[in-house]
Design a protein around this ligand. Sequence first.
Ligand code: PEP
Ligand code: MN
Length: 346
Amino acid sequence: MLVVMRHGATQDDIHRVVTIIEDMGYQARPMPGKERTTIGLVGNDGRVDGTRFSALPGVLEIIHITKPYKQVSREWKRASTVIDLGEGIRIGGKEVVVMAGPCSVENEQQILSAAHAVRSAGAAVLRAGAFKPRSSPYSFQGLGEPGLKLLAKVRAETGLLIITEAIDPATLDQVAEVADIVQIGARNMQNYALLRRAGQCRRPVLVKRGLSATIQEWLLSAEYILAEGNPNVILCERGVRGFDTATRNLFDLSAIPLVHGLSHLPIVADPSHGTGRRDMVTPMARAAVAAGADGLLIEVHPSPDHALSDGAQSLFPKQFATLMDEARAIAATIGRGMAKCAGVPS
Ligand code: PEP
Ligand code: MN
């Protein structure tokens, strides 16, 4: 439920509403706006009787949130959320933010080479996993902490922001020290202990859609993070499991406008995991930008045929440069630009 205050409501009026909400056993989240303050009520699992509030001084109206997710919904906040990622880069506004790099950090030379390639093609953020949640316990599991150290080094050398994955609460704390964005992978979308820890960290968090998650389950996972006090959540569509094995996943392009309607949070598209096929990544990236994605997550490897994970879906650096040119042109036709890395020159 939202209690919308009148334009001229006083601090006392606001405080009175907050106190009543707390007396009822819920939490109050006052949100000062340009025109008026809105006070959100959280902690309820069902409809709350709003009649206690309607007649109070300073109260304009009561809005009931009809969705099971509250703080992530457009009903809760009408304006799109723009998240400051650092180094002047923002996501959720006019600029499309491209995050690109290898699936995993493999060694210093590989990650540096990938970083320079994606930076010169125009990416703003370097992606690469140090902790890898692999379907098989026998597959490469990532370099772990030494991988994070390499990412910190590359960040300092290239000025690229870093997104990398946390796979449990302990690695989340390590990742949050180095990364500009913490990634929660598809396999962990419903790892609630991890989501809560992400909600307590100071970094923006990107939440990938689970392997077979509905849109509602995905938005409820994001809600966990907001409920813990971290408002900076980015959603990432990466395909869901379908009946056909012709592609790795069913890349759900319709999720982009759908989520924009349901939520104020930014949404990024990952056509690399969405299709699993190098030849389909660029067409789907073009389509995602056209559909209104606020960013792209693209796997790029200096030598995809030798990649330790996800080589078949990783672009060669030259292919990525073409993707960037095309994405830029499509963004321009819908009135958007591409976020640029303004940090240390390569
Ligand atoms: C990844 O980004 O490399 C990854 C493991 O993705 P997902 O969680 O979408 O499978
Ligand atoms: Mn991958």
